[in-house]
Design a protein around this ligand. Structure first.
Ligand SMILES: Cc1cc2nc3c(=O)[nH]c(=O)nc-3n(C[C@H](O)[C@H](O)[C@H](O)COP(=O)(O)OP(=O)(O)OC[C@H]3O[C@@H](n4cnc5c(N)ncnc54)[C@H](O)[C@@H]3O)c2cc1C
Length: 438
């Protein structure tokens, strides 16, 4: 078998190396340095385009668990990251040049991998993995549009923050759907009610909050009807109260009256452990989001499962167009991997590349759902939502524990991590029997 991989980014390099490990010949296409993306600066593979951190290395944080699973699975890029590690407390940060050079050495020393520096504008024959990333070139994006339909391809993400349900103060927040006041009716929304004074204090802080600067190639986002919440606040003192924070149709059961304004939260996962702030896509910095969104009545002690962001991001609606093995439903010789499937983050992209490489070799047992690898695969292939948005790995994507241990949130996360590593061990043992993980 011979496989063409499009894009020598994080996912493409991991997929190529895993395929070669299984004895498969790979042609790995990379358009840089001949053609750059708006964020990459080198011609090296696996370039980290922004931060040099692969986030937490601690098991009670989901990115830490995902990294540990990848280590145990023999991920090549994790090996490179650990080799190029620089001090960063509980996080795994790397020397980005050394990291890319290490990956390049892994690729070039592998006789089964041919690295071709060319832009792909047509899908090659045979088996293909498309790992062209969030900044995929126009030529390949046009091809993907033909393959998936324009309804299933998005060009930016507008992510609203997500909070852990258990950290919401239910003495203030209340369940209710707009205009639905009958008692006992199931409500899909959680509402955080504001007094007039609380509202104006909140708007003042939103307007003053520090923002992430918008890159030139991201400016289009605001013109597509998707305004950051702070930009809506800039447009007028009452804009939010008439927009995403409008209180109409909602009656606070405690006061039996309407509030001045309301922030609504909608369930983010089926387990109901994570809730997103509806309409709160934002370009505030992470620290400002935590400070300002904790001013929302009921969210004073909010734990954020994910913070908001808005940036250019080409991604397909994975769950609609991909099957459970990352194959295009309409043409199973083509797989997608990396951020383009609708996952978000360096480490998640490496994980997706690992999965694509392994699945392409024909393994028929998918990683268990209670592992971080299983959660990444499931998110991009099997999420039920009418608003598919990229997601980082987080414990909200894992099935809940059958029995909650004592000791609070951290103890729970550790129990989930232990369960995941045990399941992963069994999965790898099964693969070994089938001699696929060698
Ligand atoms: C501006 C920006 C900043 C980000 N910052 C962070 C961060 O700090 N931390 C984090 O965890 N995540 C971050 N991300 C998200 C994401 O984790 C990275 O983009 C990650 O590199 C995605 O991995 P990937 O393998 O899917 O894509 P990439 O690593 O981008 O790899 C895709 C490769 O495909 C190549 N390519 C594109 N089109 C073609 C074509 N037609 N033919 C051949 N090659 C092609 C590209 O040149 C690129 O090398 C950021 C994303 C962006 C856009």
């Amino acid at each position: 078998m011979k496989v063409s991989v499009i894009g020598a980014g994080l996912a493409g390099c991991e997929a190529a190396l895993q395929l070669a490990k299984s004895g498969v010949e790979v042609v790995l296409y990379e358009m840089r340095p001949g053609k750059q993306t708006p964020a990459h600066t080198s011609g090296l593979p696996a370039e980290l385009v922004c931060s040099n951190s692969l986030r937490s290395d601690l098991l009670h944080n989901a990115p830490g668990l995902l990294k540990e699973e990848l280590r145990r699975c023999g991920s090549f890029l994790m090996k490179a990251a650990d080799k190029c590690k620089i001090p960063a407390g509980g996080a795994l940060a790397v020397d980005r040049d050394e990291f890319s050079k290490t990956v390049l050495e892994m690729l070039s020393s592998n006789k089964l991998i041919k690295l071709v520096n060319e832009e792909v504008s047509e899908i090659p024959d045979g088996k293909v993995i498309i790992a062209a990333g969030p900044l995929a070139s126009k030529a390949i994006t046009d091809v993907i549009t033909d393959l998936t339909g324009s309804d299933s391809l998005y060009f930016y993400d507008a992510i609203a923050p997500v909070v852990d349900f258990e950290s919401i103060n239910m003495d203030k927040a209340f369940f209710q759907n707009r205009y639905e006041t009958e008692e006992g009716a199931a409500a899909d929304y959680l509402n955080c009610p504001f007094t007039k004074e609380e509202y104006f204090d909140f708007v003042k802080e939103l307007k003053a909050g520090e923002r992430v600067s918008t890159r030139d190639f991201e400016k289009e986002i605001h013109f597509q009807g998707c305004m950051p919440v702070e930009a809506i606040a800039d447009s007028g003192e009452m804009s939010l109260a008439f927009g995403p924070m409008k209180p109409v149709g909602l009656i606070d059961p405690r006061t039996n009256s309407s509030s001045f304004a309301v922030v609504q939260l909608r369930m983010e996962n089926l387990a109901g452990t994570a809730w997103n702030l509806v309409g709160f896509q934002t370009k505030l910095t992470y620290s400002e989001q935590k400070r300002i969104f904790r001013m929302i009545p009921g969210l004073e002690k909010a734990e954020f499962v994910r913070l908001g962001s808005m940036h250019r991001n080409t991604f397909i609606n994975g769950p609609t167009v991909l099957d459970k093995r990352l194959q295009l439903r309409t043409m199973d010789r083509i797989m997608f991997a990396g951020q383009i499937t609708g996952i978000e983050g360096y480490i998640e992209s490496i994980a997706s590349g690992y999965l694509a490489g392994k699945l392409m070799t024909g393994i028929d047992v998918l990683p268990p759902l209670d592992t971080a690898l299983g959660a990444v695969l499931r998110y991009s292939t099997d999420t039920i939502t009418d608003n598919y948005q990229p997601s980082n790995i987080n414990y909200g994507l894992f099935p809940p524990l059958k029995k909650k241990p004592r000791g609070g949130r951290r103890a729970r996360r550790e129990a989930q991590a232990n369960r995941a590593l045990e399941s992963l061990g069994k999965w790898l043992a099964d693969l070994d029997v089938l001699s696929f993980s060698k």
